[in-house]
Design a binder for this molecule. Structure first.
Ligand SMILES: Cc1cc2nc3c(=O)[nH]c(=O)nc-3n(C[C@H](O)[C@H](O)[C@H](O)COP(=O)(O)OP(=O)(O)OC[C@H]3O[C@@H](n4cnc5c(N)ncnc54)[C@H](O)[C@@H]3O)c2cc1C
Length: 451
């Protein structure tokens, strides 16, 4: 039993005055210190994360797991607002495609993505979500969704990760500036004051859907710290068309069509799938899939889109099918025959582009008119006038120049302790879960790398 006779008591008596003296001295120092030093002493983090999207949350959780003192600053009232919009609220988290497909999907950023995908792959993501109670399923084209079909479950899993790792999360906390001293990150300035930290991650996303909080702040931080921003543009986007008749068929989906984009007679992109007429032009998965190719060539001349409604039927077979429809519906209006090939709403429009009266009896259609109809079924043409605004893009192309970021750590090559992850980087992939995977992988790697 310990007491005053315990040998340690003597030692205590000798050491205590020294300890108390030291404490007194420290308190004196603090008393005389300027207020900001006091704040700095109590308010210093190993890792400050700007942005509570998938990239920021994964980075925060991973650094927390490694015993780091982490604060995540999110300017909106809740984290993961854009995540909730993903795949119309179903959240296509990743893809089951092999590594090689991922590298190709990110195109020029494929090489840069190798270390982060190696550190946190599509399989790792699925296991991680499963460990937080979110089982996932694979759907067509390898797309992976939460079994719940609810993006909320993914957001909740990430929130639980932050809670488990005791990450300080400050919402409604917009970062205004990232401060560096002698090429080393020093901390961030928020509307509520300065927060000191040795490492700062910029995970502020891109420019689209600004109501979710992604308004491009990260690009400004990066520029102010000497980084280059590759020109930003809407990478997955719908298009306005010169043809105003699209308005009359807005909301009409067209399935199993082949969309081909041409410029100066050359084919620049092609995709099979679904498209959608809108009040301004054309959208839908097939259009979004080729939108990056269209954007790349946009300033180089007019771009026309051809829609093949029956891509799997050769022209002469389609002609035979049309003849059959005409023969068996001879007394009916020609527009009735066309509903065999295109949605009902579209058939009068298709006829008007051929200059044929929709009420004309099928039996009165001439061979020349039949040829015109066939041409439209195999290649209804639209001229693109402009992309929709970047605010409506699924992904922002461009961003922080990858040559200035170390792909094995996500650390800036210019400023020590400065990291980047997610859409703020010049990385974008096609639809199919590749963009969320990029955010998760780069976020994880940043959280795994900070010292
Ligand atoms: C409609 C829609 C559907 C999509 N569907 C899919 C899909 O199904 N699959 C897929 O792979 N991808 C999808 N995406 C893309 C995907 O959502 C993004 O690639 C991903 O969210 C990027 O993650 P991030 O963490 O980099 O950025 P974000 O998710 O944009 O998060 C950035 C966060 O930073 C915060 N922030 C910004 N500035 C500051 C600041 N100054 N201070 C503090 N906080 C700040 C923002 O408020 C935001 O919360 C979709 C995108 C949209 C718009």
């Amino acid at each position: 039993m310990r007491g005053i006779n315990h040998p340690r008591y003597d030692t205590y008596c000798m050491v205590a005055p020294i300890l108390y003296g030291r404490l007194y001295f420290d308190l004196q120092k603090i008393g005389n210190a300027p207020l900001f030093n006091l704040v700095a002493m109590t308010n210093e983090y190993d890792f400050i994360i700007i942005g509570g999207g998938p990239a920021g949350m994964l980075a925060a959780g991973r650094a927390g797991e490694r015993g780091k003192k982490v604060i995540l600053l999110e300017k909106k009232e809740s984290v993961g607002k854009k995540l909730l919009l993903c795949a119309s609220g179903r959240c296509n988290v990743t893809n089951t495609a092999p590594f090689s497909t991922f590298f190709n999907a990110y195109e020029k950023a494929g090489h840069f993505m190798r270390p982060s995908l190696g550190a946190f792959s599509n399989e790792n993501l699925r296991s991680f979500l499963s460990s937080y109670g979110v089982e996932t399923i694979e759907e067509s084209k390898g797309r992976v969704y939460p079994m719940s079909q609810q993006a909320e479950s993914v957001r909740d899993a990430l929130q639980s990760y932050l809670d488990t790792q005791r990450i300080t999360v400050r919402k409604n906390s917009r970062v205004l500036r990232v401060k560096e001293e002698n090429k080393q990150v020093a901390g961030v300035e928020t509307k509520d004051g300065f927060i000191r930290g040795r490492n700062v991650l910029i995970a502020t996303g891109g420019l689209s859907y600004p109501s979710t909080g992604s308004t491009g702040d990260g690009y400004e931080f990066a520029i102010s710290l000497g980084h280059t921003i590759c020109k930003t543009y809407p990478a997955i986007i719908a298009f306005e068309t010169e043809e105003i008749w699209v308005k009359q068929v807005q909301g009409t989906p067209i399935k199993n069509v082949q969309i081909t984009a041409f410029q100066k007679g050359n084919k620049i992109a092609q995709h099979f799938g679904e498209a959608l007429f809108t009040h301004y032009g054309i959208s839908g998965p097939a259009i979004l899939s080729i939108s990056k190719r269209i954007m790349e060539k946009f300033d180089m001349g007019a771009i026309r889109i051809h829609i093949d409604f029956k891509p799997n039927v050769a022209l002469h077979d389609l002609d035979a099918q049309l003849v059959k429809q005409i023969n068996s519906n001879g007394g009916k209006a020609i527009k009735t025959c066309l509903t065999y090939f295109v949605p009902e709403k579209l058939s009068p429009l298709l006829l008007s582009t051929c200059g044929i009266d929709e009420k004309k009896k099928a039996s009165q259609i001439t061979a020349k008119e039949r040829k015109k109809i066939l041409d439209q079924l195999k290649g209804l043409s639209l001229t693109i006038s402009s992309p929709r605004p970047i605010e409506e893009a699924i992904i922002t192309g461009g961003g922080v120049e990858l040559n200035e970021v170390e792909s094995r750590t996500m650390e800036s090559k210019l400023i020590k302790g400065l990291y980047f992850a997610g859409e703020v980087l010049d990385i974008d992939g096609p639809t199919g879960g590749f963009n969320l995977q990029a955010a998760f992988s780069t976020g994880y790697l940043a959280g795994n790398s900070i010292q």
